[in-house]
Design a protein around this ligand. Structure first.
Ligand code: BGC
Length: 405
């Protein structure tokens, strides 16, 4: 039997574009309308209308927190004004969570941008940092009395990689220079936003907020333990996993938020930088079970990643951890095994304070459309009916008791 700390935050996460539906004013919507990606997001889960119903279910599942994102393009459909109706909507959303005893954890940027921002070059444009901060300040001024936890940007490196280097997501650039520029802009935006949020709470005489990023961590494991493979593991850990945290941890993080899903088995082919940074093993050996997007399931990696964060001496929240499978039994296995890793890391002195499963609902999985099913709650995309899965009920027992049998 494993007992988690008393004030642990238990819940799940969503992001606006993936669940709300009808997010017409952002760059992803525009991209989808041009036929890109597997399917357009359309009405998604109709969560914009049905959020109270969804939060009722989360409450019944004993979640005591919920991570959501505010859709910037709804708040600022154009650069010079803020939409009163969108602000009122998110006020109701936050109130709905509070009324159900759930701590809101609010993300300010989760992959989507207002269209007007995309038109001026998005995150490649220097001015985006200031635009982002104006939006963040407005949100902090409005929501500070009701929100304590803020996530400025979701997965800056993943966003920069897929949108500006791999060419998979809008604006589909394929340039290392653009990736690097966007990474640096996002770091600058985070630091500025971090300071602005703190200033606003201080001026209002409110208790210190907790501000962080959601950082994606991937477990890297050498296939054969050759010198070159080990070197590749260590380079990737230092550049991809810890690089961003090294820059931010000292002065602009109140907690480390991590999103953990999988591992890469590394088999370098030669001494090229490309091979050291991105070659993965293609041989059919040491094969672990995979989710339906082909990602290996590797709970041990979560433990290793958590231990690697110990040096920063900051509280850690798992802001995303989840699996897309059609056999729901595998979902519970996934959650249980990852929770064991969390418990072991806590035992080793890592200050983990919360676990959010990705995701509360099946949802729009970006360029992969609606096929992958990550939800604790299933969605029928014809009727928008919600079905609570068995894995959700099992997880609910842990959320309720803080105990994993
Ligand atoms: C993203 C989510 C996404 C999930 C599964 C994370 O990297 O933050 O938006 O749905 O991975 O792919």
């Amino acid at each position: 039997m494993i007992r988690f700390p008393k004030d642990f935050l238990w819940g799940s996460a969503t992001s606006s574009h993936q669940v709300e539906g009808d997010n017409r004013a952002n760059d992803w919507w525009e991209w989808e309308q041009k036929g890109h990606g597997k399917q357009p997001s359309g009405e998604a889960c109709r969560h914009y209308q049905l959020y109270e119903k969804d939060f009722d279910l989360a409450q019944q599942l004993h979640h005591n927190c919920h991570r959501l994102s505010i859709e910037w393009s709804r708040i600022q459909p154009d650069p010079d004004s803020f939409s009163e109706s969108a602000i009122a909507h998110y006020q109701q959303v936050i109130n709905a969570l509070r009324a159900r005893g759930m701590e809101p954890i609010v993300t300010l940027h989760h992959f989507t941008n207002p269209r007007w921002l995309a038109r001026i070059g998005g995150w490649e444009n220097k001015r985006t940092v200031d635009y982002f901060c104006r939006y963040v300040e407005k949100m902090a001024l409005i929501f500070s009395p009701r929100v304590r936890y803020w996530v400025t940007i979701n997965e800056p490196l993943i966003y920069a990689y897929f949108s500006y280097f791999a060419g998979d997501w809008p604006p589909q650039k394929k340039s290392f220079l653009a990736l690097w520029r966007v990474r640096n802009r996002m770091i600058a935006a985070h630091i500025k936003a971090y300071r602005a949020i703190h200033r606003i709470y201080k001026q209002a005489g409110l208790p210190r907020p907790m501000v962080g990023v959601a950082h994606h961590l991937m477990a890297f494991v050498a296939c054969e333990k050759t010198f070159r493979n080990r070197l590749a593991v260590s380079v990737r850990n230092s550049v991809i996993n810890l690089g961003l945290l090294k820059v931010l941890a000292a002065r602009s993080l109140d907690f480390i938020g991590i999103n953990y899903y999988s591992r890469n088995l590394i088999d370098t082919e030669n001494w090229s930088l490309h091979s050291i940074l991105s070659a993965v093993c293609r041989r059919q050996h040491d094969i672990l079970p995979k989710n339906e997007m082909g990602w290996e399931i590797y709970p041990r990696g979560l433990y290793d990643m958590l231990l690697s964060l110990k040096r920063y001496r900051l509280p850690v929240f798992i802001l995303e951890n989840g699996v897309c499978v059609s056999d729901d039994r595998l979902r519970w296995d996934f959650i249980r095994e990852h929770l064991k890793s969390v418990a072991c890391a806590i035992e080793q002195g890592v200050d983990v304070r919360g676990y959010m499963y990705w995701s509360l609902l099946d949802n729009f999985e970006w360029d992969k459309g609606f096929v992958p099913r990550f939800g604790l709650i299933g969605i029928d995309y014809q009727t928008f009916e919600r079905t609570v899965r068995d894995s959700a009920r099992r997880f609910a027992q842990v959320c309720k008791t803080g105990i994993l049998d």
